[in-house]
Design a binder for this molecule. Sequence first.
Ligand code: NAP
Ligand code: ZN
Length: 346
Amino acid sequence: MCKTHVLSAATAKAPFEKTTIERRELRPDDILIAIKFSGICHSDIHSAYDEWGGGIFPMVPGHEIAGVVEAVGSAVTKFAIGNRVGVGCFVDSCGECEYCLKGEEQYCTRGVINTYNSLDYDGKPTYGGYSQRIVVRESFVVRIPDSLDLDVASPLLCAGITTYSPLKHWNAGPGKKVAILGMGGLGHLAIQYAHAMGAEVTVLSRSPNKEEEARRFGADHYFATSDPEMFSKLANRFDLILNTVSATLDVDAYLSLLRIDGTLVNVGAPPEPSQFQVFSLIMGRRSLAGSLVGGIRETQEMLDFSAEHGIVPQIEVIRADQLGEAYERVLRSDVRYRFVIDISTL
Ligand code: NAP
Ligand code: ZN
């Protein structure tokens, strides 16, 4: 067993406190990772505030983990001590179902084991990346390309794959008009991926304030959703809208921006239910869809694609004692565009 310092919330919305937990003894196929940087995803806040329900406390969030291999189990073949590695949103799956065999472990029919706020197959709670060390099966660890620094690599492990995967699945590319709705942690990476894939990219953000940065990330067009004329200006325009917003929206209004056969894909995960008129789909043979992170193979592909295209998040590195303040700022959308905890300050 290995003792490690963590930032832990005792109950929903409780302030984070520095404490220690035990990581399991290395199994033959396990890796011990010394975590260097851990990104702060809005999902961490939904979870730590128990907005989705079913929260397991005490909770140690964090599923954007970048670090260095410190020890390996006796049967590990893919990694060696000193390798730069990442861990994303899940740390185990059955390995046998249709989806695991396809490399889409996130949809495992036995139930994927999330990096935190999950009960592992042995019944013990999982604890995430706001931590100095973590133990993970090697098949759930990815390699971070040399050209990516570990601080900017960490948000790719969730925000990166969550936007890369649906953009690829719904064929964002040359000739396609793609809208990125919401320009936060996920959104600002989605712009870069959609642009690199060759799509014509439009950003829909609440205010005009982010336009200059959106264009720098590769946006061709930018509209403020606060402009009451935006919906008429952009009616029937997009093949694909990727909704990264953390709150519920007027679904019918956004469906009206899709062309015939267009798709509105939700990755933003607000706790409240959404409503829409089926006519918004029927009248344009439109689709309403969702997508959950991405599998391990695709996560490695996304990291390699990011390295090749020079895609990195714009981050603000914080100390461990700034976590509470960082959560408040994410909730106020006062982050450009991802907070990353420097774990050496823990
Ligand atoms: P974030 O950094 O807070 O970004 C969310 C963005 O949504 C904000 O920057 C803002 O963009 C917009 N927004 C926030 N509140 C809004 C409101 N009331 N009305 C309209 N727009 C609003 O969050 P994130 O880390 O990118 O995560 C976004 C969502 O994705 C969260 O719900 C998270 O849980 C979810 N998520 C899902 C998956 C998945 O697998 N599906 C994975 C990771 C995260 P503008 O300022 O540009 O308007
Ligand atoms: Zn996340």
